[in-house]
Design a protein around this ligand. Sequence first.
Ligand code: ADP
Length: 491
Amino acid sequence: MRIVFVASEAVPWAKTGGLADVAGALPEALAALGHDVTLILPHYRVVDRVAPAPQSTSWRYQVPLGGGHVEGGVSIGRTPHGTVRVLFIDQPQFFDRDGIYSAHGADYPDNPARFLFFSRAAIEAMRLADVRPDIIHVNDWHTGILPVYLREFYSSCPEVGHAAVVMTIHNMAYQGRYGQWVVPLAELPWSLFNWRTLEYHGQANFLKAGLASAQKITTVSPTYSKEIQTPEYGHGLDSMLRHREMDLAGIVNGVDTREWNPGRDPNIPSHYDISNFTEGKAACKAVFQKQLGLPIRPELPMLAQIGRLDSQKGWDLLLPVAHEFLRRGDSQFVILGTGAWHYQEALASLERQYPNQIRSLMQFSSPLAHLIEAAADLFLMPSLYEPCGLNQIYSQIYGAIPIVRRTGGLADTVTDPFDATTDKPATGIVFDHPDQAGLRWAIDRGLKIWRDKPVRDQMIRAGMSKDWSWQRSAEDYITVYKSAIKALESV
Ligand code: ADP
């Protein structure tokens, strides 16, 4: 199968969240199954910081945009393991900037133009590179208009016209909603500005347009695929997704186990595996406590959280509950995150009050994320919703017991000892109610387990021995691709 994967970010070039992890790993996993895979990304400034820099080509094309034409180019690279060709869309005015989506906390006002351009340029790049895809796999709102362009302007084009489209939702909350002015900017006919395709309550909605136009839709966990069909989690698109229920699948993300492996992770001071995690984690924790200037006290559990400082991640529960546990004085907390100013302030204030117990590292640092997973004893993810979530998986691989809310991918990837519906071994603590009492109860249970070494070890062993490789997910995507091709043929 010839597959083109189009995304607005991918590891190792550009990352703000889980989409980049998926876009970095899934194409290689598909290639490992014997498919011909091309990845298409914007040529951001950060791309050139990763060696080897992509090679520019003489390929040029014009994208109609807002009544004019914008010229673009293509540079070519390969994924780190060499199995996937990467086409970088060159357009320095749009992409040669410091940020990916934003600068100084504010989204770039021309994001609609940037990603409309990217979507159409991606099709042009496929043509110029003569990829002739069977499948175009688009991701999130940034590439939502691509299937609309494909159907509207390229359906009789021999290079791309026969491709089926699969769209993956990585987070329903981000839809790319803008005013009606997007329609002429996109150079789309007003006839598409209707409730079936592009229009949503008087606005243009990129995600909706993609979902309406793709042959098949996936999201990143089975539970989230059900949740988004409800008003509570559907962010306004639930009825549309209910309508397309038969075309919607949930596939849990895998993990790039070459990058996330405590047995050979270059970011951690002591390597370990399932046979010696007690010693390995203790050594990592001691080094990290020293590095942070926290008291080196192996008997205190270290609780960690890594991620965006966003209400989605449950910070309104976590901050007051963390405060209660800090007051007790028998635990340490480490937070790594960037995001909302008021959460940063609250964390900084906790650090001033409890300088021997908490550190808030307000930065984006992948090496630190690895080190925290190795050093932490318990990992907190009380998300209000979570499409898949990756850190609770990394935690299991690194022997940090996850404490998660039963939602989305968290529910699908962590097994609680009280769960009577499964005979799978327990790998963490799962709580239901997104309130402080629920989280307090869950942390208390986590701490009890951590203090009971035989039970703790059993749980850690169960988490560390699970198979998180991408191969399983990639096989599920192939099944979806085949059904998308069939669906297109039967139209
Ligand atoms: P989301 O995509 O909603 O942000 P995920 O858990 O799916 O959440 O993925 C987030 C990814 O970004 C993970 O790989 C996580 O380790 C990483 N990440 C988030 N914040 C940071 C940070 N401050 N420093 C390093 N890595 C981070």
